[in-house]
Design a protein. Structure first.
Length: 147
């Protein structure tokens, strides 16, 4: 068994877990899976917003400017072509996604604030319980009345 500079046994050796088991514990932890699902949904949402902007928003802007294809707008300087129409498409997509995320986070904060008003931590196991509870449903300890 290997020891570190303080003379303690190494963490992996002390637990008896191999590198593969530690990796599996990490890879299949709930938080990592939730993050992976969130990333996949985020990419799908971005594609949806990009399609909405390209199919509805930019044609409206193009109709107002008199150009048939707004996303293909360019200008040239010394033979270099600058696609400002595609940039504006992406900028509009970014703004829409940022607004949606803002409202989702704002709504989640309201829900969390309501939960904090209706619950309190158990004095013994620290799980959330109703403010009016007299016994914890998690550890069954008798609780003092809420202040």
């Amino acid at each position: 068994m290997s020891t570190d500079a303080t003379g303690r046994a190494g963490a992996a050796a002390g637990r008896g877990k191999g590198l593969w088991q530690e990796f599996k514990d990490f890879a299949f932890s709930g938080n990592l899976i939730q993050l992976a699902v969130a990333v996949v949904l985020g990419v799908a949402f971005k594609d949806l917003i990009d399609s909405f902007v390209a199919g509805f928003i930019t044609p409206i802007i193009a109709a107002l400017t008199g150009d048939a294809n707004f996303s293909a707008l360019t200008f040239s300087i010394n033979g270099s072509q600058f696609r400002y129409g595609a940039f504006i498409d992406q900028l509009i997509s970014f703004i829409i996604i940022a607004l949606v995320l803002f409202f989702v986070i704002k709504g989640a904060a309201k829900v969390m604030a309501k939960k904090e008003l209706t619950t309190r931590p158990c004095d013994f196991c620290t799980e959330d319980v109703s403010r009016s509870a007299t016994r914890c449903p998690h550890c069954t300890s008798e609780l003092s009345p809420a202040a």
